[in-house]
Design a protein around this ligand. Structure first.
Ligand SMILES: Nc1ncnc2c1ncn2[C@@H]1O[C@H](COP(=O)(O)OP(=O)(O)OP(=O)(O)O)[C@@H](O)[C@H]1O
Length: 254
């Protein structure tokens, strides 16, 4: 069996900038988590965007269940299987659309449930992410940042994905809210058997959600291994520098 999602020797250039330079990574079936860490500009988000086919790689391949993603003509099944949750929750939701309608829109686009069952499915999704039926009637500005992020997660889950690409999914939230959204990600990972590719500056978040971690530096992966080993006993000098620059690892805090 091929791995679920596999990038091999992936490269992305923007003009003369080499954003991603020969990256290979593998996401096994969920529940699983691969963390992608590295300083700003190292190419992490571009890897995520390339996997989502939002930017065209200049080299390498992406395979999903063994199928060549870059050659796919019919993208809808892949777009359903591989969803994304970003940091920017305000930008993700239309300010004039009620939350229920915003979730129903996804169900309709992907023709997932008959109209008559839409409302029930919306409530089910809201409940799944820790919101209530009444939130369906609200507009985005009537929710907190943490609640808006839960709506973004509900929209991603609406299509029953197998992979979630999480790009700094808790960075815009304050610390207590972050902790609760993190609990949610932890639960959903198991319940929906999701594979996470988690892009984050917050190593504590990576440690919680990911068994494996890859470290990017200037477009390349310089180290990859079990999260515990990469964060606590790094083999690479750059990883050590990165880890020591972050004050929030439990070991540093304790
Ligand atoms: N659409 C684009 N056009 C031109 N250059 C880009 C584009 N997107 C990214 N880049 C460049 O590619 C490099 C990698 O950017 P990327 O956003 O992937 O890094 P990152 O590691 O995710 O950074 P951050 O942690 O700040 O989000 C950077 O030099 C960036 O300026």
């Amino acid at each position: 069996m091929p791995p679920m999602l596999e990038a091999t020797d992936l490269s992305v250039r923007f003009g003369s900038t080499v954003a991603v330079d020969g990256v290979s990574l593998t996401l096994p079936d969920g529940p699983s988590g691969l963390g992608l860490i590295g300083e700003s500009g190292s190419g992490k988000s571009t890897v995520g965007r390339a996997l989502l086919r939002l930017v065209r790689p200049t080299g390498g391949s992406v395979r999903f269940d063994g199928e060549d993603v870059l050659a796919m003509r019919q993208l809808r099944p892949y777009r359903q299987a591989v969803q994304v949750v970003l940091q920017d929750t305000e930008g993700a939701l239309s300010p004039r659309m009620r939350i229920g309608a915003a979730i129903a829109e996804v169900l309709r686009t992907h023709r997932l449930v008959p109209r008559a069952a839409e409302r029930d499915r919306v409530v089910e999704l809201l409940t799944d992410v820790g919101l209530a039926a009444e939130h369906a009637e609200r507009y985005p500005h009537q929710l907190s940042g943490g609640q808006r992020q839960r709506v973004a997660i509900a929209r991603a889950l609406a299509v029953r994905p197998r992979v979630l690409i999480l790009d700094e999914p808790t960075s815009a939230l304050d610390v207590t809210v972050q902790a609760r959204v993190l609990d949610l990600f932890e639960r959903l990972r198991e319940e929906h058997r999701l594979a996470y590719l988690l892009i984050s500056h917050d190593l504590a978040v990576v440690e919680r959600l990911c068994e494996r971690t890859a470290v990017m530096y200037r477009g390349r992966i310089v180290e990859e291994g079990p999260t515990e080993q990469v964060l606590h006993d790094p083999r690479n000098d750059y990883t050590r520098t990165l880890r020591d620059a972050v004050p929030r690892l439990p070991e540093a805090a304790g």
